[in-house]
Design a protein around this ligand. Structure first.
Ligand code: PHE
Length: 344
């Protein structure tokens, strides 16, 4: 055991134990030195014949032990480095952009409706909602339009199952009848909602659309109150500085009026949509006919009221310069996406 070859093996073994590769390149150096085809132990092998016979076996054992130690160290470090690398590549990058979630957005009709509601809420109106399937009384008769009254021709009606009693409401004026039947004045409501008329679908009309109706019933409500309320709305909604009222007819109001806002004539579009006048019709209104109040059990000697009603699609089309009402019902995402950044 005193032969120099054993010292050499002990030296190599000590070197092997002391070598601690820190990365893959250093590990490769380690492999070449101790495990490669021309490793350090192989240099010693030919010298085995210098040993006496009884030492040869011992030399083999020592060499194998060293080689096994080298292999074990190599295997352990190799898997450790592989694990570190995969942890690094799997690390979360907290600065990376997240996948964009597709966000829905409000429909332009909802946007405009909400804006209109908020304007009226600021002056004390509250929202009232009622059914879309109505009966004849609330949609027509109580509103001064009994059967065979010529004003029924103003609105073509969808009847349900050939039943003249059940119909799709043709206007949200039915809500004023329901609310006045339940509440005592003062009443100050707006009724937004969907209405239906049996009309041919075209760029300018549809068989379903939305209305907002307003109703104010109290002691001493005057036409001046009506005018001021509409003026406030036109100013807030369109920045209008002038409105005008033209005499009109509705079966449930007397007197009745149609209201135009002054839109201006600053562009070709203005000329086109106002037909060269600068004025745009936006709504119908009037003082509630005393008979309508009586139909709802309200004393028409004591109370007066006004009502107004307008189409939401028309307002939305004016506001967003949409010239075909059908676009508002097709739900084409290319149109809807243009409203994604809008608020409300
Ligand atoms: N209900 C009427 C329509 O649909 C609008 C209106 C409402 C007119 C209230 C006057 C008062 O045409």
């Amino acid at each position: 055991m005193s032969h120099e070859l054993f010292d050499k093996i002990a030296e190599l073994r000590a070197e092997l134990e002391a070598t601690n590769p820190q990365n893959e390149a250093e590990l490769e150096q380690f492999r070449i030195r101790f495990l490669g085809t021309k490793n350090a132990f192989k240099d010693l092998t030919p010298r085995i014949k210098e040993l006496p016979n009884e030492e040869k076996k011992n030399f083999g054992i020592k060499t194998n032990e060293a080689l096994q130690a080298a292999q074990a160290k190599f295997d352990q470090l190799q898997s450790q480095f592989a694990r570190q690398e995969s942890q690094e590549t799997n690390k979360f990058d907290l600065t990376a952009n997240a996948y964009g979630l597709p966000l829905g957005s409000r429909h332009p009709i909802s946007l405009v409706m909400n804006e209109m509601i908020s304007i009226f809420e600021r002056i004390g109106f509250t929202v009232a909602e009622e059914r879309e399937i109505e009966d004849d009384w609330h949609n027509f008769t109580a509103l001064g339009t009994p059967a065979d009254h010529p004003a029924r021709d103003m609105q073509d009606t969808f009847y349900l199952l050939n039943d003249v009693e059940a119909l799709l409401r043709t206007h949200t004026s039915s809500v004023q009848i329901r609310v006045m039947g339940k509440q005592k004045p003062p009443i100050r409501i707006i009724a937004p909602g969907r209405v239906y008329r049996n009309e041919t679908i075209s760029a300018r009309s549809h068989c379903q659309f939305h209305q907002i109706e307003g109703l104010f019933v109290a002691e001493g409500v005057s036409f001046a109150d009506l005018r001021q309320t509409i003026y406030f709305f036109a100013k807030e909604m369109f920045g209008a500085t002038q409105i005008r009222m033209r005499p009109s007819y509705f079966p449930f109001t007397e007197p009745s009026a149609e209201v135009d806002v002054y839109w201006g004539l600053n562009s070709d579009t203005d000329y086109r949509i106002t037909k060269g006048t600068g004025w745009l019709e936006i709504l119908g209104c009037g003082m509630i006919d005393p008979q309508v109040l009586e139909n709802c059990g309200i004393d028409s000697q004591k109370y007066t009221g006004f009502a107004f009603g307008m189409g939401v699609e028309r307002i939305a089309m004016l506001k967003y310069q949409i010239d075909d009402i059908r676009l508002l019902f097709e739900n084409d995402v290319r149109l809807l996406q243009q409203f994604q950044s809008a608020g409300y």
